[in-house]
Design a protein around this ligand. Structure first.
Ligand code: 8NA
Ligand code: MG
Ligand code: MG
Ligand code: MG
Length: 349
């Protein structure tokens, strides 16, 4: 409970980077064994600077988002879009989503007066439901540490709408913001996971009441629900009452794909599931378990581990993140600097 706020801010952004760096070698694979993930993380102690694990689009966009909030002391649409675009054309080999790059191209060509217009035109006007808004959101709940729920939601929506206008993408980014925000403010050493989920369900019920039910492409029964995020959060509550969970059940019920709905609840699940010691992961701490377990689910491993890592880092703090992991991932020092700069703004307002 006496955990310093700086430790949590550091933990959040560093946790996001580590999940991305450690998860990306497995992106797109089916379930991954704990052994395979452990091998990657243990080898890291011996690697040299040049063989450090590279971050991907998740971290690249998180950095631009953080830098823009810091520079403008809040949301500036044009500046954030420019930073996303400059970063993409500076280094496009970071594994970006297949469609989001057309938004960057449109911004570069300056075909639009309204920076939000290219995102609206994605997928014949339905907008992207990818997890790209949620994967980069971590600086928002840090910046909005003292925000009301409504103000936090607004900032999450604004930053997401630059590239993703589908209601699922917006709700996913909002859920990830709320999860990090709750983790930052959580002071109990032993987390009441059911209470944590009740807090998220209460907030997401309001969000989903007010979101337009635009056509989805359902992949599993839960995705036809009128409140699909709340439905999945209830599923997580069920999983948490059991001592073991079959990975296939988790993947089927929650998803591990590039859609926001098929990945953000999974990240929340991984964080809460790993608060307790889990079979096969006894030698790892809860933070380490969170990263390893997220990746073991397969699919969009870098993004799910990054989102779970951000929540876990916000709760456990930077001391819980092994130095061997930190020293071998690209972008950790920068993540710490962004965390410090955001905290300065939070404490001066
Ligand atoms: P995005 O907006 O391009 O969306 C990602 C994908 O979701 C699209 O390419 C489509 O396949 C699909 N999609 C989204 N909305 C719709 C729609 N309305 N109709 C039909 N299909 C749709 O990019 P993003 O920024 O949301 O993507 C983020 C993800 O891409 C992250 O996982 C990131 O790491 C990256 N990525 C993932 C993989 C992978 O195999 N999991 C591979 C490369 C890159
Ligand atoms: Mg990625
Ligand atoms: Mg509704
Ligand atoms: Mg990914």
């Amino acid at each position: 409970s006496g955990k310093q706020l700086l430790s949590r801010f550091h933990g959040c952004l560093v946790g996001a980077v580590l999940g991305d760096c450690l998860g990306s070698p497995f992106e797109g694979s089916d379930c991954v064994t704990y052994d395979e993930v452990e091998r990657i993380s243990l080898n890291m102690g011996k690697s040299t600077r040049s063989s450090r694990h590279r971050f991907t689009d998740d971290t690249a966009m998180t950095r631009s988002l953080a830098a823009s909030l810091i520079e403008h002391n809040g949301f500036n649409a044009k500046d954030m879009a420019t930073r996303f675009t400059d970063e993409f054309f500076r280094d496009s080999a970071r594994g970006y989503g297949y469609n989001v790059t057309t938004v960057f191209q449109a911004w570069k060509d300056e075909t639009y007066d309204d920076v939000f217009q290219p995102a609206r035109e994605q997928f014949q006007g339905s907008g992207s439901y990818g997890n790209g808004g949620a994967m980069r959101i971590a600086p928002v709940p840090l910046f909005g540490y003292n925000f009301t729920e409504a103000k936090l939601q607004e900032l999450a929506e604004q930053t997401t709408l630059l590239t993703h206008t589908h209601p699922d993408a917006l709700s996913g980014a909002i859920l990830q913001s709320f999860a990090i925000h709750q983790a930052l403010h959580e002071t109990s050493e032993v987390l009441d996971t059911q209470k944590f989920l009740d807090g998220l369900i209460e907030k997401m019920n309001k969000v989903e009441d007010n979101s337009e039910g635009v056509s989805r492409r359902p992949k599993r029964p839960s995705e036809e629900e009128p409140h699909p995020y709340c439905f999945k959060l209830e599923k997580i509550k069920e999983f948490l009452t059991k001592d073991e969970a079959d990975t296939r059940d988790v993947v089927y019920e929650l998803g591990t794909d590039v859609s926001a709905l098929g990945s953000v609840p999974t990240a929340v699940f991984a964080f809460l599931w790993c608060h307790k010691e889990r079979k096969g992961l006894e030698k790892w701490s809860p933070f380490e378990q969170t990263i390893i377990h997220s990746i073991s689910l397969g699919g969009d491993t870098d993004t799910i581990a990054s989102m779970a890592g951000a929540i876990a880092g916000a709760y456990y703090g930077i001391e819980a993140i092994p130095w061997e992991w930190q020293s071998q991932c690209e972008g950790v020092a920068d993540a710490k600097k962004y965390a410090e700069d955001i905290l300065k703004i939070v404490q001066s307002n």
